[in-house]
Design a protein around this ligand. Structure first.
Ligand code: BGC
Length: 748
């Protein structure tokens, strides 16, 4: 009886579900493409036009009639940007949008640890979910071509392989939360100056070997759901609607099935936007946003002007349907994904992730004994000791999450370096002197900096105060570098000079003259000239590390954390060591009429260490370099074969021993050198790496495997990647200038 009742009940339930008649597009058990086609078939022309352009500064509409909600985007890439007004850049003034700031992407790249990128993406994804954002405008993977680049700090360094290995887990981590990554700025947006007018001229080889691999990895391996077109031009066409970049390379060659979003205001022309692969238009400026039109977004290139062309029969809906499919796909992956987890804002686990990434990314660049004071390196500082510590420098008291352009954040907390040091060195007497005045701006985009930077005293008075205090200190910690003000590490412009700004060099020289126990902590996303290199015994690159800044820096200074970051770019001694500058290939040459500036990447594939190797010069600090408080010893490298065919892989193993008395991590790097090729190839190129954590005395084996891809170059005559048979060498070690193990092998 019971059994019969149960069967009847099940039958009734099944009939009821059928009767509800869930449309295919809402049925999550149906394949994605079927749902997309079903939704598409139900949409009117107006609805289709509506979902391919913005309706506010950061959102685009869904399809209300079909229950598809609005799509919300937000910057990116280091935390979730505070809300702005519907039609304005001004802050909305919400009280629930203070976030956790994760370290800037240069720091993430400096961890050389893909696992850190994964937790970065996941934690950021949870913050985005809480804030109701479906697309994070990031990460950025434009290659660090010149140290002057205003947005280098938002990117992952100079090397395509390193950037590729870091971007993939970031994208996957973020998207695992049902939040889309929008990888930017595709492509060739390697500097900021004249970013709307620059027309990049670059060889196909440099494009494919240097500038595109990280984007390709984000798409092919990371499965990125969105990508942002860059402002600049390539082959005289804006990248937001560039036939080659979008239709050919991204959508045809890489089979990208996601959405191409314009950078804000990066679309310029309806016909090109329609035909050349732009799917979703954002940020186009129209007068109507301040006066005139009832809905200025109707004037977007992909709005009424597009609809009119269709109504006039000048265009079919073929391209429109394709764009709508992509946008629908994005909706099903994000807004319509009922399996998305819940989001959290400012949870302890987010702070813990931000701290861990920061601690792993900070790079120890120099650690010697102070001049004339024995042989013991200055760092780490003993936090148990009663001592007088003097902290000098504006960056010790300046919030660095505020400023710099679209990546600027409104944080719930940011531990300033001075506060972090005071907290950690509570047994010491910690004093502070500003030393110089840089930028006293108190707020940016409606967010005020925590501590007042107002200063009445002259530079001379500040210098005098710092020097007098330094005379009586046991150790001086100078926290300097760049900041997020215009023409520094900031969007929209590049730096005007490679020098440290303000009076920093003068102050450092004066301090070290009276107290040789000086530690320089650099806060920046790029390198700068270090004229006092030989006088200052310890240098730490502290990046922009976000909410946990002060704690992360203090933990490295105190040795709670053994630094293990490695530079993701070459730190040039001067600008002439950089190919783009040595060849006078930056910022380009204006065409007549001053509307377009041609920037020819004359150095070709010789970017960063590739140029350094070719010129045989010694940079200040090489790519892949970073010290530790412990020491490591590498054993003899062995290979599993000495010949391989194009379909095979070859593995190299090496034992690594922590020979010091502290736990620490070392990154084993493998570079490939093609001994003889039909084209001019770099002396060596990074093709594999692994970070390994070791207890004192511990030994472990690291195996690095490469295959045909690692041996290939982009053949411009055929437009294909090519691995030429012949002799190769694997160079293995711990920095691009320290590769003691060489293994020869042959590709058959
Ligand atoms: C920036 C993008 C950013 C967008 C939205 C643009 O100016 O180049 O990186 O995502 O603004 O804020």
């Amino acid at each position: 009886m019971k059994k019969i009742a149960l069967t009847i009940l099940t039958l009734v339930a099944a009939i009821m579900i059928q009767a509800q008649n869930i449309p295919v597009y809402l049925d999550e058990t149906k394949p994605l493409e079927q749902r997309v086609e079903d939704a598409l078939s139900r949409m009117t022309l107006d609805e289709k036009i509506a979902i391919i352009h913005a309706q506010s500064k950061f959102s685009s509409p869904g399809v209300k009639r079909l229950g598809i909600p609005d799509l919300w985007t937000d910057d990116g890439p280091h935390g979730v940007r505070p809300d702005v007004l519907w039609d304005e850049w001004e802050q909305a003034g919400q009280t629930n949008d203070s976030c956790v700031a994760f370290p800037a992407l240069t720091c993430l790249a400096a961890t050389w640890n893909p696992a850190m990128a994964r937790i970065y993406g996941e934690n950021l994804g949870e913050e985005a979910l809480y804030r109701g954002k479906n697309v994070i405008l990031g990460p950025g993977v434009n290659i660090y071509r010149t140290p002057l680049g205003g947005r280098n700090f938002e990117y992952m360094g100079e090397d395509p392989w390193l950037a590729s290995r870091i971007v993939v887990p970031y994208v996957q981590g973020l998207q695992s939360k049902g939040v889309a990554a929008c990888v930017k700025h595709y492509a060739l947006n390697n500097d900021e100056e004249y970013r709307h007018q620059v027309n990049v001229i670059v060889s196909d080889r440099a494009l494919q070997e240097i500038y595109l691999p990280a984007f390709k990895a984000a798409v092919r391996e990371g499965g990125a759901w969105a990508i942002m077109g860059a402002y600049n031009l390539y082959k005289n066409q804006h990248n937001c609607h560039n036939e080659i970049m979008l239709n050919k390379i991204l959508k045809h060659d890489w089979q990208f099935d996601g959405v191409v979003i314009s950078d804000w205001g990066g679309a310029h022309n309806t016909e090109q936007a329609v035909k050349n692969g732009l799917d979703l238009e954002f940020g186009t400026w129209t007068d109507g946003l301040t006066f005139g039109a009832s809905n200025a977004y109707d004037n977007y290139y992909l709005a009424l002007p597009y609809k009119q062309l269709i109504l006039d029969g000048k265009m079919t809906t073929k391209e429109l349907d394709e764009k709508v499919r992509r946008v629908l796909r994005l909706h099903f992956r994000t807004t319509m994904n009922r399996n998305r987890p819940y989001g959290f804002l400012c949870s302890d686990s987010h702070y813990a992730a931000a701290l861990k990434i920061a601690q792993e990314g900070i790079v120890l660049l120099k650690n010697d004994a102070p001049k004339g004071k024995g042989t013991a390196p200055v760092l780490p500082l003993d936090a148990t000791k009663k001592q007088r510590i003097l902290v000098v420098g504006e960056n010790a008291i300046k919030m660095m999450t505020v400023g710099g352009g679209s990546s600027s954040l409104k944080v719930q907390k940011e531990i300033l370096p001075l506060d972090g040091i005071k907290e950690r060195f509570s047994n010491a007497e910690v004093d502070y002197a500003r030393g110089y005045v840089g930028d006293t701006i108190q707020s940016y985009n409606g967010v005020t900096v925590g501590r007042s930077l107002y200063e009445m005293r002259s530079n001379d008075e500040l210098l005098h105060e710092a020097v007098e205090k330094a005379k009586n200190a046991d150790v001086v910690i100078f926290v300097g570098g760049l900041n997020k003000s215009d023409y520094q590490d900031a969007e929209g412009h590049d730096r005007k000079s490679y020098d440290l700004p303000y009076a920093q060099n003068e102050v450092i020289e004066a301090l070290v003259a009276v107290n040789p126990r000086l530690v320089f902590v650099g806060i920046s996303g790029t390198g700068f000239v270090v004229p006092w290199l030989n006088k200052v015994p310890a240098i730490v690159q502290g990046w922009f590390v976000g909410s946990e800044s002060g704690e992360a820096i203090a933990s490295v200074l105190a040795g709670d954390v053994n630094p293990s970051g490695k530079l993701p770019f070459t730190w040039y001694a001067d600008l002439n060591q950089c190919g783009a500058h040595a060849l006078n290939a930056y910022p380009g040459v204006w065409r007549e009429g001053n509307k377009i500036i041609d920037e020819e990447y004359k150095e070709g594939v010789y970017v960063g260490y590739r140029w350094i190797d070719k010129q045989k010069v010694k940079p200040l600090f090489p790519f892949g370099y970073g010290l530790s408080y412990t020491t490591f010893k590498l054993g003899k490298v062995t290979a599993d074969k000495n010949q391989l065919t194009a379909d095979e892989q070859i593995s190299f193993s090496v034992s690594v021993t922590n020979t010091g008395n502290r736990a620490g991590a070392e990154t084993i790097q493998l570079y490939v050198s093609d001994k003889k090729a039909s084209v001019d190839r770099p002396v060596k190129e990074l093709k594999a790496f692994q970070k390994i954590f070791l207890q004192p005395g511990e030994t472990r084996n690291v195996t690095l495997t490469i295959g045909r891809d690692a041996l290939s170059f982009f053949d411009e005559t055929t437009g294909q990647w090519k691995a030429e048979p012949g002799a190769f060498e694997a160079l293995i070690g711990t920095a691009s200038d320290n590769l003691p193990s060489k293994c020869s092998f042959e590709l058959k």
